[in-house]
Each structure stands twice: as structure tokens, then as C-alpha cells.
Design a protein around this ligand. Structure first.
Ligand code: SAM
Length: 284
């Protein structure tokens, strides 16, 4: 039996001209493959422009892909329009007490709900030079991936060195050559954005102690509830380093399902996007 998955798009994306960042688009498209034939994915709480953009992106159908529908409605209104009650929707929540199990696919739930929001991102110019505080939105600086999570220790081969502020847990990167201190504030460590959905009172389940990307979380949910594979039998890789060449790599602060050769299962096109963004990030 195939299931219904709901992705609550928790962005105020009326405010941003580039409403759906490319990395989000790749993750959303990947979900259709991971959920598989017969499944249904609802993308909810989209702005009018994001909804029409994604609907166009998802026009192509294939027997191997889940059906995708884009909505301006939020999760609660969508449930109402489908006659689904709160107790039939399982929120995938890293803070849930119970782990998701194959039995949860046996009639307890009709829908599985996930939250998506990209983190804010700031650049702080060094107090050591003419200091100006710049607060930039993610897509401006980070190009299409928009995630500080894509810049992490191993990507900072010279000339950047990495400093972590232990008190605030913010990642700080110092570029000694131009005396620029850059501060990246991302979702690593996780900042419990799922809480906005949790307070609505859905029953919830976790997928283990490590934060996954949303497409990974959906793929793992499908493996558990539809394919009946227990969580602990799924092969994972945590915080993988994606290498582009001898000097460039990024460390991803997430858990992924492992593909062949111990590689993380990334959305098609993500590797290329990460490499492109890595180069863009150092151009300021
Ligand atoms: N940083 C966010 C937080 O801490 O809530 C989580 C963002 S995660 C990339 C996006 C969504 O994937 C979450 O809202 C949750 O639905 C799901 N998810 C990711 N990892 C999970 C885990 N270990 N257990 C349960 N759900 C998870």
C-alpha cells in the first residue's frame, strides 16, 4: 500500500523573489522518486508564485514517480478538505518519544507530515577592518543552495580557517588574507523548527537521533511504513564529506541513506549544485 506524504513549506516565501531555492527544488523532486509509484505528495502552504512554479516543475509524470500536488492551503485546511482528522496524521519529529516502526504503516496513520524551512544566513564583516554589518539573505550569498550547512569544516581548506564559538554554537570563519570574519548561522545544530507543527497536537514519531534532510526523512519513512524495513536495518551515513577534487569538499551535517560505495543518497543534481555554490561562496 502506498502512502500520502505532506510537506509543509514553512517559508514566508512571498517575501523572497527567488521563492523556491534550487536546493529545495532538487529535494522536492527527489521525494517523488523516494515515495515511489502510487504514493501521493502534497506540498502545502506555498505562496501563489511558488505553487505555480512547482506545479510546472512537477508537470511530468511517470509510472515510477509519486504524484505531486501543490497547494496554497496549509496542512490543517488540507486535512479539512480531505476529511482527515488530526489523529490520522503522523508528524515526523526528531523530538518524538516513539520511533517510527513498520506497524505504523498498518492502518494507524493515513498521512505522514514533514516540515521544511531554510535557515537564516548572515555575514558579519570583521571588526578588524572597516567593519560594516551586512545581513544578507541566503540566496544572495550562498547562491542557489542557500544553506550554511553546506559550508563546514572540510570545505574550509586554506585560506579560510574555522572557528566555532562554543558559547553560541555559531560557526565563524576567518579569512586571514582580507581580514574578513564571516559568520554563518544555519540549522546545524538543529534548531527545532518542527516545533511549529508539534504544537498543533499531531501524534509524532522520530527517525533516530540524527537530523536528516527532508527528502531523506521522507524516503526513510517510506522504507519503514511501506517496505516494512525497521529503522535500525536501514544503512545510514552520518555527516558525509562530499569530495569534488583534491582540494574541495563539503561536510553535510545530516544523516543520509547509503547508496553503493558508501556514498550518501543525494537528490540528482545536488552534488553539482553544492560544488557551484562552494565556489560562489568564496567570491565575496
Ligand atoms: N532543523 C529542523 C528541526 O530541528 O526541527 C529539522 C529540519 S529537517 C531538515 C526537516 C524535517 O524532516 C523535519 O521537520 C522532520 O519532519 C523531518 N526529520 C528530519 N530528521 C528527522 C528525525 N531524525 N526524526 C524525525 N523527523 C525528522
Amino acid at each position: 500500500m502506498a502512502f500520502t506524504y505532506v510537506i509543509e513549506h514553512m517559508e514566508d516565501d512571498e517575501q523572497t523573489p527567488a521563492a523556491i531555492p534550487p536546493w529545495v527544488k532538487l529535494e522536492y523532486a527527489h521525494m517523488r522518486t523516494l515515495a515511489g509509484p502510487g504514493a501521493q505528495i502534497h506540498f502545502t502552504s506555498l505562496s501563489k508564485s511558488s505553487s505555480s512554479f512547482l506545479s510546472t516543475e512537477f508537470q511530468s509524470t511517470s509510472e515510477s514517480l509519486a504524484d505531486a500536488q501543490c497547494h496554497q492551503l496549509g496542512i490543517l485546511d488540507l486535512m479539512k478538505s480531505h476529511g482527515i482528522s488530526l489523529d490520522r496524521v503522523c508528524l515526523l519529529d526528531p523530538k518524538a518519544e516513539k520511533a517510527l516502526s513498520p506497524e505504523d504503516g498498518g492502518g494507524t496513520f493515513d498521512w505522514f507530515l514533514f516540515g521544511v524551512r531554510s535557515p537564516p544566513f548572515h555575514i558579519l564583516q570583521s571588526p578588524f577592518s572597516q567593519s560594516t554589518l551586512l545581513t544578507l539573505t541566503a540566496p544572495v550569498v550562498h547562491g542557489s543552495s542557500g544553506h550554511s550547512r553546506y559550508l563546514s569544516s572540510s570545505s574550509l581548506a586554506s585560506p579560510l580557517s574555522r572557528l566555532i564559538d562554543e558559547r553560541t554554537n555559531e560557526r565563524r570563519f576567518r579569512n586571514p588574507s582580507d581580514d574578513c570574519l564571516c559568520q554563518f548561522i544555519g540549522d546545524d545544530p538543529p534548531r527545532d523548527r518542527t516545533s511549529e507543527l508539534r504544537v498543533l497536537g499531531f501524534p509524532n514519531r522520530h527517525l533516530g537521533p540524527v537530523q536528516m534532510t527532508t527528502d531523506t526523512a521522507l524516503g526513510v519513512t517510506k522504507l519503514v511504513v511501506q517496505d516494512k524495513i525497521p529503522l535500525e536495518k536501514i544503512p545510514y551515513i552520518d555527516f558525509p564529506t562530499i569530495r569534488f577534487n583534491a582540494k574541495e569538499s563539503v561536510e553535510m551535517p545530516f544523516r543520509y541513506v547509503v547508496e553503493k560505495d558508501n556514498e550518501p543518497k543525494l537528490p540528482p543534481g545536488m552534488r553539482h549544485l553544492l560544488h557551484e555554490d562552494l565556489n560562489k561562496s568564496f567570491d565575496f
